[in-house]
Design a protein around this ligand. Structure first.
Ligand SMILES: [Zn+2]
Length: 272
């Protein structure tokens, strides 16, 4: 297994894994980031949720906590709603947001917000699109971070249910795909000679005169043996849903300035 450093983690998962590392948060403040902390709780009897948003400016100034309540169908919804409120609050403080680190402690909420998981339940779909709308308004200024739940915080029993074995198994499969892509990124470094003509990237095989051709639009394709054998025959729909990039694609993405984990995000992080 390749150990991921924090920059690599961000590149792959689109969020920072902060855990309880306060030093890392301080580094963001020192780098001029606003820290937006979003927290929520869901009340099962009343089907209501509450969210609180705390904002710290780069100079350490803390804004008054903002609390909101809302109708909440479930605990993930509540956490995600708190992210929506966090994104709205930071827009009130700063019109033009360059650097914001938005923190939440729910693994699923952060992964939905990062675009890693595709929502299926209607209420999760709805709140995911609310998050996306706010993010679009802000542009590229916001980075997400996953933090560890506060010590002594009451943990809802049913939230724990989600760590059932099926979910763990899916997490393992995703981890395996990530590792496979990381391996292909490494392998792709061998391709030093290349040309790019009208978005076709050609890579010279270092051991022969053969050139591999890669395209990403309208959907990924490569003339290498592995891809032609494994994915090409399955057709566009399956490629868009399940294919993983070959080493040539990893190298081509790098040459085009693309993050291969963004290009194949749906396929790598699928949970079906
Ligand atoms: Zn290939």
């Amino acid at each position: 297994m390749i150990k991921l450093d924090s920059q690599m983690h961000y590149k792959i998962y689109n969020y920072h894994n902060i855990g309880e590392d306060r030093k890392q948060i301080q580094e963001f403040l020192d780098a001029g980031f606003y820290i937006v902390q979003c927290d929520a709780s869901h009340h099962y009897d009343t089907k209501r949720g509450s969210a609180s948003v705390g904002i710290t400016a780069p100079d350490g100034k803390e804004y008054t906590l903002k609390d909101s309540t809302f109708k909440s169908p479930g605990p993930y919804y509540a956490e995600m709603k708190s992210i929506v409120y966090g994104l709205r609050e930071i827009q009130k403080i700063k019109k033009e947001i360059k650097n914001t680190l938005l923190l939440n402690d729910n693994f699923y909420a952060v992964n939905f917000a990062a675009g890693n998981f595709t929502p299926k339940k209607p209420h999760i779909k709805q709140v995911t699109s609310e998050i996306m709308t706010e993010l679009e308004k802000i542009g590229f200024g916001v980075q997400l971070g996953l933090v560890r739940s506060k010590v002594n915080r009451k943990v809802d029993k049913s939230a724990k249910k989600t760590l059932k074995s099926k979910e763990k198994e899916i997490d393992k499969r995703i981890e395996k795909r990530v590792q496979e892509v990381l391996k292909n990124i490494e392998k792709g470094k061998a391709f030093e000679n290349y040309t790019i003509v009208e978005s076709i990237v050609s890579l010279k095989d270092p051991n022969s005169d053969y050139w591999f051709n890669v395209i990403f639009e309208p959907y990924p394709a490569c003339t290498g043996y592995w891809w032609r054998q494994k994915w090409e025959p399955k057709g566009e729909q399956i490629i868009r849903a399940r294919a993983l990039p070959c080493s040539h694609m990893c190298r081509a993405a790098e040459l085009l300035g693309l993050n291969i984990f963004d290009v194949f995000r749906k396929q790598i992080f699928r949970r079906d």
